[in-house]
Design a protein around this ligand. Sequence first.
Ligand code: NAD
Ligand code: ISE
Length: 337
Amino acid sequence: MTAPTTLRVGVIGTGMIGRDHIRRMTTVLSGIAVVAVADVDPAVAERVAAEAGAVAFPDGLDLIAADSVDAVLVCSWGGTHERYVLAAIAAGKPVFCEKPLATTEKACLRIMAAEVAHGSRLVQVGYMRRYDAAYLAMKQLLESGAIGAPLMMHCAHRNAGVPAFYEPENTITDTAVHEIDMVRWMFGSEIAAVRVLRPRASRNAGDLPDPLLIVLELANGVLVDVEISVNVRYGYDIRGEILGEDGTVSLGDPGLISVRRAGRVATPVPADWRDRFGSTYDVELRAWADSVLGGGVSGGPGTWDGYAAAVVSDAAVRALRTGERIEVTLAERPGLY
Ligand code: NAD
Ligand code: ISE
């Protein structure tokens, strides 16, 4: 049998990122057809389906079971991911799940058990920074040995604002979780312990603990500090600098242009994650679709990475609540990963 040349995808969750991924799969990337969509809000699903030329399903589980769907994208709220990822694994269908894989350690372990029982990888998690040109260049430079062995990394993750549904722990589980995954990948080491410090709150913070300073201790001895700010107003600002024994490497300025005018030099700051990581998501979904069309999910962050990020997030939430240093304990890593 010849491999299909077009991947027929069903998308569950047609909110901000669901619609953005549908746009990229229908207008940017070739070889992908969005054939089905589902959302807990049927009116939104119907509208998005009509725009995309897809069929709207009343329930995501029916979408996963449909013969017309080869692979599934889960873009609904984090707490609903487990249900859909487990159903996709049971149906033997590849599933790209937006971060986080699930919102509890136990849910991630259930997904891992189901995938291990299936016997091959079906799950990729949407930790897109691993596909970002700047982070990739930083990792390549680090691995070349040019700055010597890494000692520390300083990160900042600043959002202009966040949706109204944000709860205090979302600053970690929804925002800092990107750095949690990125540093595991960057340094090839698990995170062993976490601390969270709270400076004076921003007057823009509302009820959120904002900003936060998170300290991640890696098992290989590298120390990472992460500033999380979710209401900076001025734009979306993602920073990173690694200190090595012989030098440093930093993420460059993502602005495409520099304007000199009226005695000032100005570089635009991205407005939000779509602006900063737009082309990164293109590369991420291209790689995922190619691996699925090529016969199976390979490479990219998988269930083990989603699980590890969830365990560290849980530890960080405890550190935020208690003010204590919390050690991270992971399950034994199955051979599949
Ligand atoms: P959103 O609120 O804009 O959209 C979520 C959609 O899911 C809504 O339309 C909602 O009605 C729908 N939904 C909720 N429960 C559902 C269910 N049980 N079944 C079907 N549909 C359901 O949120 P968003 O910003 O698009 O975020 C969605 C997911 O994507 C989250 O997990 C978020 O963390 C992740 N995300 C990732 C990135 C990234 O940079 N990788 C960026 C944004 C969001
Ligand atoms: C959002 O869900 C994302 O994943 C973005 O990448 C992140 O920067 C933002 O803080 C989250 O709310």
